[in-house]
Write a protein of this length. Structure first.
Length: 473
C-alpha cells in the first residue's frame, strides 16, 4: 500500500552571516530542505570585514604591548651583548594580509561545512516576492530564479553608516570595512564615534603606535556600558597618550592628498593622516521586498521581530543586525537556531536579551551581562553590588595587570546572581561563569562554592560571590 510522504519543508535563507549560517545548519539537522543565498561570502560582515579581522588586528596590538610590558616583569632585551630598549614596529601590509587570509579561511571552512551538510548555497542576491516566494539573482548572471519557500529567514546584516559631510573614500576617510586596505600605519588616526567600534579601534591603533584622537559626542566613551568601566578606560586611554574630545560632534571631514581635516561642532579643526568613521550601521533591508510582503519595519529600516525572531508575517523570520535584536554575532547565531526550531516545531526558547553577555575588545577588555548597576540604583531591580579591584588579585600581580575590576550583582533576599561586569585582559572569557550563573539562576553561595584555581583571575569572581553571602537570620 503506497505511503503518503509529508511535503518537504523548504527553508530559504537570505544572507550567510552568523545567523544565516546557524539557521541553515539547524534546519538541515531537522531534515528540512535548505537554500542559502549569499552575495559576498559565507560568514558575512562578521567573518569577512568586521569581527574576525578587527579582533585579529586587536590581538596583534595586544601582542605588541606584551613586548613592552615584558620589561616591567624583569625581562631584558639585548643585541650583541648590549642591553636595548625594545621598539615595536609594525608591518601593516603583512598584518592586513594575515587577517584577510584568516577571515577568508574561516569563510571557506563555513562554506565547506554547509555543503557537506546538504545545504544548497547560492552565490547571488535574494528578494521576497510575497511572503512565500524568493527571487534569486545569480552572481553569474542569467535569468532570475523564483523559488517557493515554506519559511523565509532574512539575515542580511548591516553596513557602515555614512554621514553626508563625511563620505568615506577608502584612502583617508575610512569605515571599519576599509581599514584593511592600508599599506602603512596611520601617523595620526582620528576616530569619530566613541561606541564599541570606535573605542576598540582607537585602543588598537594607540597600542600599535599611532597618534589617536577620539571624538565623542557624548559625556563619556562607551555610553552604553558600565559607568565605572567607561571611566577606567578613559583614564587608560588618556594615560597612554590618546587625545580624548568629549561632548563635541564632527560636522565635516575633508580629505586632501596627504591628510584629513575634521571640523568640529565647537568651531575647532583637527588635522590627522586618516579618519575612521565609527558612527553606527544601517540595515541592509532596502530593496528586499519586505514591506511589499507585509513585513513591518522600524523607522531606521530594521525588521521588527519578537523573541523567537518572527516578523509580522508568520512564516518570515529575521535575525542579526538587520533586525531589532541586539547587534551581536552571538545573538544572531542564537536567533538563527531559535527561528528554525520555532518554524519546524522543535523546542524554541525565546531569546532573553538580558542574559546576553557582551564584550568590548579594548585594552583592558570590558564584558558585562544581566542587570546593570545603573538599573539597580534606579530601583528597577533590588540588587546588591560587590566590586573587587584586580590590583588585589595575586594572579594579576604576577602578570603585571594594574587596571581592572570584577563586579557582581545579586538579588536582595534570594542572593541570586543577576548581573556582572568584568574589566580585565580576557574579560570575554571571564564573563562566562557569571553568564552561566545568570542563565541557570544560581545563587552567590553556589558560585562561591565552585572551586577556582589558585592563583587565577577567576578567583576574584568567587571572592565577590563570597562577599555577597547573606547570613541566615
Amino acid at each position: 500500500m503506497p505511503t503518503n510522504n509529508p511535503p518537504v519543508h523548504r527553508v530559504v535563507i537570505i544572507g550567510g552571516g552568523p545567523g544565516g549560517y546557524e539557521a541553515a545548519r539547524a534546519a538541515r539537522q531537522l531534515e528540512a530542505e535548505v537554500v542559502l543565498i549569499e552575495e559576498n561570502g559565507i560568514g558575512g560582515n562578521a567573518v569577512l570585514t568586521d569581527v574576525v579581522p578587527s579582533k585579529t588586528l586587536i590581538a596583534t596590538a595586544e601582542a605588541a604591548q606584551r613586548v613592552l610590558l615584558a620589561q616591567s616583569l624583569g625581562i631584558e632585551f639585548s643585541h650583541d651583548g648590549k642591553k636595548i630598549d625594545p621598539k615595536v614596529q609594525l608591518d601593516v601590509k603583512s598584518v592586513n594580509k594575515r587577517l584577510i587570509k584568516l577571515a577568508k579561511s574561516q569563510s571557506d571552512d563555513m562554506l565547506t561545512t554547509l555543503k557537506k551538510e546538504g545545504v544548497r548555497v547560492v552565490n547571488g542576491r535574494g528578494r521576497l516576492d510575497g511572503n512565500h516566494h524568493v527571487v534569486i539573482e545569480h552572481a553569474t548572471g542569467g535569468e532570475p530564479e523564483r523559488i517557493e519557500a515554506k519559511t523565509i529567514i532574512v539575515a542580511v546584516g548591516a553596513s557602515p553608516r555614512e554621514l553626508p559631510e563625511a563620505r568615506t573614500d577608502g584612502k583617508r576617510i575610512l569605515n571599519w570595512k576599509q581599514l584593511y586596505d592600508l599599506d602603512e600605519l596611520p601617523e595620526h588616526m582620528i576616530v569619530v564615534g566613541s561606541g564599541v567600534t570606535g573605542a576598540e579601534f582607537a585602543s588598537a591603533y594607540l597600542q600599535l603606535g599611532s597618534k589617536v584622537t577620539l571624538v565623542s559626542s557624548r559625556d563619556t566613551v562607551l555610553p552604553g556600558n558600565d559607568a565605572d568601566a567607561a571611566t577606567l578606560i578613559e583614564e587608560v586611554f588618556t594615560r597612554r597618550g590618546m587625545n580624548l574630545l568629549k561632548r563635541v560632534r564632527a560636522k565635516k571631514v575633508t580629505a586632501t592628498e596627504s591628510s584629513v581635516v575634521v571640523e568640529l561642532s565647537d568651531g575647532k579643526k583637527i588635522e590627522g593622516s586618516h579618519c575612521l568613521m565609527a558612527v553606527g550601521a544601517t540595515p541592509n533591508t532596502h530593496g528586499l521586498g519586505l514591506e511589499e510582503a507585509g513585513i513591518r519595519l522600524a523607522e531606521d529600516g530594521r525588521v521588527i521581530v519578537n523573541k523567537v525572531a518572527r516578523t509580522s508575517r508568520a512564516n518570515v523570520y529575521a535575525v542579526g543586525d538587520c533586525s531589532t535584536a541586539i547587534p551581536l554575532a552571538s545573538v544572531s547565531s542564537m536567533m538563527g537556531r531559535t527561528a528554525v526550531y520555532h518554524t519546524l516545531g522543535d523546542v524554541a526558547s525565546p531569546t532573553r536579551l538580558r542574559n546576553v553577555a557582551s564584550n568590548v575588545f579594548t585594552t583592558p577588555e570590558i564584558a558585562q551581562v544581566g542587570w546593570s548597576q545603573e538599573e539597580i540604583e534606579q530601583g528597577l531591580v533590588r540588587g546588591e553590588i560587590e566590586k573587587m579591584m584586580l590590583e588585589t588579585n595575586p594572579r594579576a600581580k604576577m602578570q603585571g595587570i594594574r587596571e581592572g575590576f570584577i563586579k557582581l550583582f545579586a538579588s536582595v533576599g534570594s542572593g541570586t546572581v543577576i548581573g556582572g561586569v568584568v574589566v580585565a585582559p580576557g574579560a570575554s572569557d571571564l564573563i562566562y561563569p557569571i553568564a552561566v550563573a545568570i542563565e541557570n539562576r544560581l545563587t552567590v553561595d553556589q558560585l562561591a562554592r565552585t572551586y577556582t584555581v589558585y592563583p587565577s583571575l577567576s578567583g576574584s569572581i568567587a571572592e565577590a560571590a563570597s562577599a555577597l553571602h547573606q547570613p541566615i537570620d
